[in-house]
Design a protein around this ligand. Sequence first.
Ligand SMILES: [Zn+2]
Length: 317
Amino acid sequence: MTCRICDNSENNTTYQAREMMFGLRTTFTYFQCAACKCLQIAEIPADIASYYPQDYNGHVRPENNYYSGIKGKFRKKRFQSTLFTQDSFNQAFKAMFPAGQYEVLGMLSMHMHTRLLDMGCGTGGYSYPLYELGMKNVMGADPFIPATIVYPNGFRVQKSFIGDIEGQWDVIIYNHSFEHVPDPLDNLQAVEQLLAPEGTCVIRIPTVSSYAWEHYRTDWFQLDAPRHFFLHSTESIKVLAQKAGLELVDVVYDSTAAQFLHSEKYRQDIPLQEKQRRTFSTFFKRKYRKIKYSRQANKLNAENRGDQAAFLLKRKK
Ligand SMILES: [Zn+2]
């Protein structure tokens, strides 16, 4: 089997991974490249669309009134303090109510006019709040939604592949979508065309450069067969970036307790979506485990060994 990232075909290791999000337990062959370490599906299933049911994560629309009222104001404040402001009040607010999955965007010195493209965003739940905060140059795109969406507040999610996007963008983010893309190099070549000279491409993905992959192997829940085609390593992202005329400038690990909570379930043959019985004692046991695993995740992130990270790419100078 030849690596689709670096073309190496020697000493690659084969694994059999099962569909466990919905508990179908169908087996898929993956292999890890001995050279660039990228773990990849051997063959993309022809019926891949059938593995994305209606209630799949990215298919749920952000509620139109989610950011109104007192609760909505609080949510907005939380995102705002993570994304923009650095005075002491906002820093304290951010420390108390962190919005983890937006923290990497807070490192990019964004402002209200930043042109941000959220690629592969499903119905746009991740970047919808940015638009709500007043960032009117934020747009989502996804080739697999039924039709282009324009929300009542004006936020647009365009039905298109990245190759059909126009204009120049300061930030292009793949928020847990790049691992679903069958042609990652074509995507990065398009990014190179669309990125403003000082722009940044942010790729948030699960990574095999992690403790969770080493420890859980095919029970690692973020392998997510067969939906995740490529589980990248830091090396394989460097190879791809190089081929596309980009360079890797930073890696920010942002893993959570989920890497342990869900992978432990898979080890016991329990699907992700299976509802577990809740009692008074299981409630506290679960709370305790979550605190313990969150601490472990923070430690792994600090050691660059968490199971997901944001890879920051820039145009080659
Ligand atoms: Zn390779």
